[in-house]
Design a protein around this ligand. Structure first.
Ligand code: NAG
Ligand code: NAG
Ligand code: NAG
Ligand code: NAG
Ligand code: NAG
Length: 340
């Protein structure tokens, strides 16, 4: 490679300023010395402060990706396992003494490795050292024999919390669901497939939890969840939809102080719901709240009404809205929102 680091400092600065993110990442990967130099140069041009970097990481079994995104540029680095090595062009490189194949494309780098799990760990460490920026968004899809918990632990060693995260439809044993959930408590906005709740979820505390495939979620599971906010989406199937009386049971538990951290509960369902049934035998009052409705296709159909928690005196406001999804199906939205 052309020895760019032998050039005068100001010249190097000029070069780095005109480099794309992809070039910066690639240059920094050539040796530990170039990582150190690039990092110093980036600090010098205050690259990390000014550009508001976003780091997204996605983990799937045998394919991973780290995206570095700034307002003006992006670099996606794919980490692909050895099965695909033969499809890779023959440009081979080394990184931390490990051989890999490299392929460029417009928005980034495709890298092919003998051991993709080790590679994603090395690459994550590298990106952290280079930019010092926390992971903003994590897509995490472990499997029974590849849980990637060491990687999660490294991330959580470097940052207290992960702002956004999601886990798709994975197939994990009860024990491994619990191990994964244990770590994911540090994700502030967490979207989970209900499959990942295949364990006693009451041991864990979440901040904002979304269950997008919540069609079959049971009452039992619902009351296990300890969150500040929960969204359950029952968009596909209404056979196992949460019933008026189930929601009644949930609200009664709230009034008895069962979910002291809860600030908001939202259910979107294809089933129709009626507020008088949901509030049966719960003491209620008219609410003076104005419900803000976003979306012109959404209409308030019942409420708002206030209920009280006898345990801590908090007031919860409940209401129902109707809306339509992108397929033109009518959906009912039930919400409980708890005043601070
Ligand atoms: C670069 O440093 C890492 C640890 O920081 C080490 O594992 C690796 O072996 C070093 N690479 C080379 C080529 O010395
Ligand atoms: C979590 O999601 C809510 C609503 O979607 C958003 O207002 C909030 O900023 C998000 N929080 C984080 C930490 O990303
Ligand atoms: C899920 O994993 C179990 C064993 O770990 C296996 O028996 C089952 O077939 C898997 N299910 C799916 C849908 O892959
Ligand atoms: C919910 O259960 C039904 C059968 O009752 C099944 O057909 C459907 O696939 C399940 N949905 C999810 C998201 O698990
Ligand atoms: C709620 O109650 C209404 C009125 O009895 C009924 O029409 C509706 O099907 C019920 N829905 C659910 C999901 O329980």
């Amino acid at each position: 490679m052309f020895p760019i680091f032998k050039l005068p400092f100001l010249t190097i600065i000029g070069i780095v300023k005109s480099c794309s993110l992809k070039e910066i990442v690639m240059l920094s990967m050539t040796s530990n010395r170039s990582l150190r130099i690039m990092k110093n140069l980036l600090n010098h041009i205050r690259f990390c402060d000014n550009n508001n970097i976003i780091i997204d990481m996605s983990i799937y079994t045998s394919v991973h990706q780290i995206k570095v995104i700034t307002v003006h540029d992006r670099c996606n680095t794919h980490v692909i396992d050895s099965k695909w090595m033969r499809t890779a062009p023959s440009c081979d490189k080394t990184f931390n003494n490990r051989k890999y194949f490299l392929n460029h494309y417009m928005y980034g780098l495709k890298t092919y490795w003998q051991d993709d799990d080790e590679a994603i760990q090395m690459l994550y460490n590298h990106i952290w050292k280079l930019f010092g920026t926390p992971v903003t968004n994590l897509e995490f899809n472990p499997s029974e024999d590849k849980l990637y918990l060491n990687l999660l632990e490294s991330v959580l060693n470097n940052q207290d919390a992960i702002p956004q995260g999601s886990v798709g439809l994975v197939n994990l044993s009860e024990k491994n669901c619990a191990r994964v959930l244990m770590h994911l408590q540090k994700v502030q906005n967490l979207s989970l497939s209900s499959n990942v709740l295949n364990c006693d979820a009451s041991k864990f505390k979440f901040q904002n939890l979304m269950i997008e495939d919540g069609d079959n979620i049971s009452f039992q599971k619902l009351i296990e969840l300890n969150c500040e906010s929960i969204g359950v989406y029952q968009h596909c199937n209404k056979d196992n939809a949460l019933q008026n009386n189930t929601l009644n049971g949930y609200l009664r538990r709230w009034t008895a102080g069962f979910f002291p951290r809860l600030k908001s509960f939202r259910l979107e369902t294809k089933a129709s719901l009626t507020l008088p049934e949901i509030l049966r035998k719960i003491h209620l009052e008219q609410s003076a709240d104005q419900i803000e409705i976003d979306g012109e296709d959404t209409v308030l159909t019942a409420g708002p009404l206030n209920i009280h928690s006898v345990a801590d005196g908090k007031i919860g406001t409940v209401y129902i809205m109707d809306t339509w999804n992108e397929h033109g199906h009518q959906l009912t939205i039930f919400e409980l929102s708890v005043e601070n």
